[in-house]
Design a protein around this ligand. Structure first.
Ligand code: SF4
Length: 961
């Protein structure tokens, strides 16, 4: 196992480090030069010293959004994957993984996985299935799609994705079909944060440079389960090792909170008040970066609109700023949050010391829990904007600058339609599709679906209001054909017409690039057995040749399905899945990726050539490529002279040019503000006499003042403001409390980890967190059954009494409570249940928990746990935030001791009540049909996956009220 001396790079006294991107201690990784031929002792043969010989193939993990690098250890004799460890050549994860990465081996060996295409027999949801061939399934589905397209029913086609795990492949397939049918899980996940960030900087995610920060402020549990948490967590810990201070806001004592210098547990929904009190401290004491604010905030626009009576001088803006935020005192924040004013002041003083090395992050958590939750991200980024810690070392970058999306071989045009069932007019500013409202929109009669794909998505279990999902999924008038693309059984797949077995992470191709730090990298997921066989000189054309059973990778599936929709090319669809090398034949996955790597990734050709490899061979060998290090502050870059032609400059210094966009853009273009009335395009902003790139916002600057909010019906929120949430303490009745239902268990993966035995053994239940004082009042002890009543029903769960939560608030992880209706399913983590249904009243009753069972894996006889938690999400109605569209997860509930007859896991819901709650929240919106300033459905500058052609942004003529 000892590497050669030449493979060692000594970078500091006493430390020997791996020379690749990980820079980690050498002993952790086999050196890349020996990946073709690696030897380890067989642990099972101990004490015999039996050697096993491996070829090591990189891929990326698919168990969360981080896409960390993995190395598959493939036995050269058996050609089986023995294990997965970290890939030290991956710049984001640097060879490190969380528990879920190595557990990928459990998933590919899962005895309950789906291996063949299945078609339902009998009624949908009845639980009877027959095996069919891929050809039968493809022909039927392609025929339905073609018919819908030819008959002008494109709006009846929808693809609904949970974890995409790829950068745009399937969106382009939908665009090739001319369909605005992309639907995501974003509104049950991150819309709140996205809204806050997008309004400030035009891009909807933060990319914090944690490793170089002096002060880090995290809202939620980033060290164990936040967005990109493994890549971020290791950099947060690096920073702490260098002396950085960590502040954590979390109502619940998370693992992250245990590592904090300051942990505060605010009343849910009050976080914005605290952040604005910190901002106010910086403002009142002149501790902000004055020059940065003067140069980069759209203060002049703010002054002209909000204070038209004063001259547009920066000093007047500063005066107005002091006046506007003066009421956000520490005492006010303390009153709203329940956190001691002195502690908030200490935090403010600490933030003030960070200068431009202030990194911060909010993703789900507070921003996803409450109405107006998006204001949390907006107020948090305001601290960065005040300190000038934007795209600085140790600051926060807009995500797209730390991400690389290559141009693909074919780029279909924007669809010529607008889909009302994903982008209803009530939510013109939503981020993004109103996905969790689909059952209600279908019940409203706003559309029907001929073909509905769910892919790595399980809305019956993951979304709120799952019984309403079952009601529409079992209604064949509303959904003609439901195709579940999934490697494993899930609660939604029981209500499908086809279940098509898709490859797990190491059985498929994908490209991805995420904002893990200040760099741009490209990761390559690949079917590892295919890559290994190719290393041995074998030809593998189709991933079904190497995957178990008839498991297929999705890219090959989509290419084939698209071809079958338009076999003669007459619809203009086939051209987007044709080979460029052999016109008239189908595009292969190898050609698709080879083209991208050869034509769209700067520096990759040279890097590969230096090792005598073609770019595709290089990526198959190493699994990742660092495109650029230290991207820096793009907004400060001068616009090159060849982009400046026949300029027009507006009142606020926005510069428009007639010069065409340079072709150099290998990166998919970022959204940019609109051009001027004469057709010039926006190129930058004039700052102190120079024309600089700026930000992709309407003003080209950081938007302290949002003309978008002001013009689309929300002038009272045009600047960062605290607004009371739907769980504000003033609105609670004496017997009500707040349920925090959003937190992840660090070793589980929503729906997808029920097939990972190691993870299930570690975490398999979700008791209700209850503070000691609260439990005493309720006369409840750990392990007692309690009934939690929501607006539409109740669930019965066990209590866990703890000091690790704010008194009076309760919490339950959403990661548990998986169920199955019959034997099909994950036997190690799904309870067998009975559904009861009468009118609008639904019940779920547990028949049995999990138990040991015989399979090819002897470990399944060693299952010792029986409890798999409670499916609380079924009892939540939809709560769409009127602006961001985020489902506001926190629930106002009543917690009581269980009644006689209540059993663990019992659930009862009335879907008529859930309809009423949906209508109540719908009434809070300010629809585009009434508030649009320009007759469009949505501001064109705002991000939208799979944008339709611009003319389809226009509202229908008869929609104005
Ligand atoms: S953080 Fe864990 S689950 Fe997520 S990609 Fe990395 S190793 Fe996989």
């Amino acid at each position: 196992m000892k590497p050669d001396g030449a493979e060692r790079v000594k970078i500091e006294e006493g430390g020997t480090f791996y020379p690749g991107p990980s820079r980690s201690h050498l002993a952790a990784f086999p050196p890349k030069e020996r990946w073709d031929d690696w030897t380890e002792l067989d642990s099972r043969a101990w004490p015999e010293r039996k050697e096993r010989y491996y070829t090591l193939v990189p891929t990326t993990c698919f168990n969360c959004e981080s896409a960390c690098g993995l190395l598959a250890y493939i036995d050269k004799v058996t050609l089986e994957v023995q294990k997965f460890e970290g890939n030290p050549e991956h710049p984001g994860s640097r060879g490190r993984n969380c528990a879920k990465g190595p557990a990928t081996i459990n998933q590919i060996n899962d005895p309950d996985r789906i291996l063949y295409p299945l078609k339902r027999k009998g009624k949908r949801g009845q639980g009877e299935w027959e095996r069919v061939t891929w050809d039968e399934a493809l022909d039927d589905i392609a025929g339905r799609l073609r018919k819908a397209i030819v008959e002008g029913r494109r709006n009846e086609i929808m693809y609904h994705v949970g974890r995409p795990g790829e950068d745009g492949f399937t969106e382009r397939i939908l665009a090739a079909w001319g369909v605005d049918g992309h639907n995501s899980h974003t509104n049950i996940c991150s819309s709140g944060s996205r809204e806050g960030y997008q309004l400030w900087m035009g891009l909807d995610r933060p990319s914090p440079d944690h490793a170089n920060a002096k002060v880090i402020l995290l809202i939620s549990a980033h060290l164990e389960s936040g967005h990109y948490f493994n890549p971020h967590a290791q950099r947060v810990i690096d920073a702490k090792a260098s002396g950085a201070k960590l502040i954590v806001f979390d109502t619940r004592l998370s693992h992250t909170a245990t590592h904090a210098d300051y942990w505060i547990a605010p009343h849910p929904g009050s976080e914005t008040a605290i952040l604005l009190a910190v901002a106010n401290y910086l403002i009142q004491n002149d501790l902000y970066n004055r020059d940065f604010v003067r140069r980069w905030w759209n203060w002049e626009e703010c002054l002209r609109v909000e204070h038209p009576d004063v001259s547009p001088a920066f000093e007047n803006f500063e005066r107005a700023l002091k006046e506007t935020y003066g009421d956000y005192s520490f005492e006010f924040a303390a009153q709203e949050s329940g956190v001691d004013a002195r502690v908030i002041e200490e935090i403010a003083r600490l933030v003030a010391t960070a200068g431009t090395r202030f990194s911060s992050h909010n993703w789900r958590s507070a921003a996803s829990g409450v109405s107006n939750g998006w204001t949390v991200a907006r107020a948090l980024f305001m601290l960065n904007a005040l300190l000038g810690a934007v795209a600085t070392e140790g600051g926060v970058f807009p995500n797209a600058w730390n991400k690389f999306v290559p141009r693909p071989i074919h780029v279909p045009p924007h669809p010529k339609m607008w889909n009302e069932t994903t982008w209803p007019a009530e939510y013109p500013l939503s981020m993004h599709e109103m996905s969790f409202l689909l059952p209600h929109l279908l019940k409203d009669g706003r559309g029907r679906l001929e073909v509905y794909f769910t892919r790595v998505y399980n809305p019956v279990w993951t979304n709120p209001d799952g019984f309403s999902w079952i009601e529409v999924l079992t209604d064949e008038q509303l959904i003609g054909c439901h195709v579940a693309l999934t490697p494993v059984w899930n609660e939604t797949s029981y209500f499908a017409d086809y279940i098509l077995p898709m490859g797990l992470g190491p059985e498929r191709h994908d490209l991805h690039s995420y904002e893990t730090h200040d760099s741009q990298w490209l990761g390559f997921r690949q079917p590892v057995l295919k890559a290994a066989r190719q290393r041995f000189g074998e030809q593998v054309r189709d991933s079904r040749e190497v995957n178990p059973g008839e498991v297929w990778e999705e890219n090959e599936f989509w290419l084939e399905l698209t071809w079958r929709i338009d076999p003669d090319g007459g619809l203009g669809i086939r051209q987007f899945v044709e080979s460029k090398k052999v016109p008239g034949s189908g595009l292969t996955v190898d050609e698709y990726y080879a083209w991208i790597f050869e034509n769209s990734v700067p520096g990759l050709n040279e890097k590969a050539a230096a090792e005598n490899l073609k770019p595709l061979e290089f990526m198959r060998r190493y699994g990742a490529f660092e495109v650029k290090k230290k991207v820096g502050a793009i907004y400060e870059e001068p616009v090159p002279a060849d982009e400046l032609e026949d300029l027009n400059e507006d009142l606020f210094g926005r510069v428009f040019s007639r010069a065409p966009k340079p072709a150099a853009a290998n990166i998919v273009p970022l959204p940019t503000p609109d051009g001027d009335a004469d057709g010039r395009r926006f190129v930058g902003v004039r700052i102190d006499g120079k024309i600089l790139r700026g930000f992709p916002t309407p003003s080209g600057r950081l938007e302290f003042y949002s003309s978008t909010l002001a013009n689309w019906g929300w002038p009272e929120l045009a600047i960062p403001t605290y607004a009371k949430s739907h769980v504000h303490k003033d609105s609670l009745k004496p017997d009500e409390t707040i349920l925090i239902s959003t937190f992840r268990l660090p070793v589980q993966i929503h729906t997808r980890s029920a097939n990972a035995k190691w993870l299930n053994e570690i975490a398999h239940t979700n008791p209700l967190w209850l503070h000691t004082d609260h439990a005493r009042k309720l006369d409840v002890r750990t392990g007692d059954l309690v009934r939690v009543e929501t607006e539409i029903g109740y669930f019965v769960v066990r209590a866990w009494v703890t000091e690790g939560i704010r008194p009076g608030i309760v919490a339950c992880s959403h990661h548990m409570g998986r169920w199955k209706l019959a034997e099909q399913g994950q036997k190690q983590l799904m309870a067998t249940v009975k559904l009861e249904h009468q009118g609008s009243i639904w019940g779920l009753k547990r028949e049995k928990g999990v138990e040991p069972f015989a399979s090819d894996d002897p470990d399944t006889l060693r299952i010792w746990w029986n409890d798999v938690g409670v499916h609380q999400n079924l009892t939540f109605p939809v709560h769409p935030d009127p602006i961001s569209g985020m489902h506001c997860w926190h629930q106002v509930v009543r917690v009581k001791k269980a009644r006689p007859g209540d059993d663990y896991g019992d659930i009862s819901v009335d879907t008529e009540k859930s309809r009423a709650v949906y209508r109540k929240w719908l009434a809070m919106t300010r629809p585009a049909s009434r508030y649009s300033p320009d007759g469009t459905r949505r501001p064109y500058w705002m991000l939208r996956p799979l944008k339709p052609a611009r003319e389809f942004y226009a509202l229908p003529v008869d929609s104005a009220q």
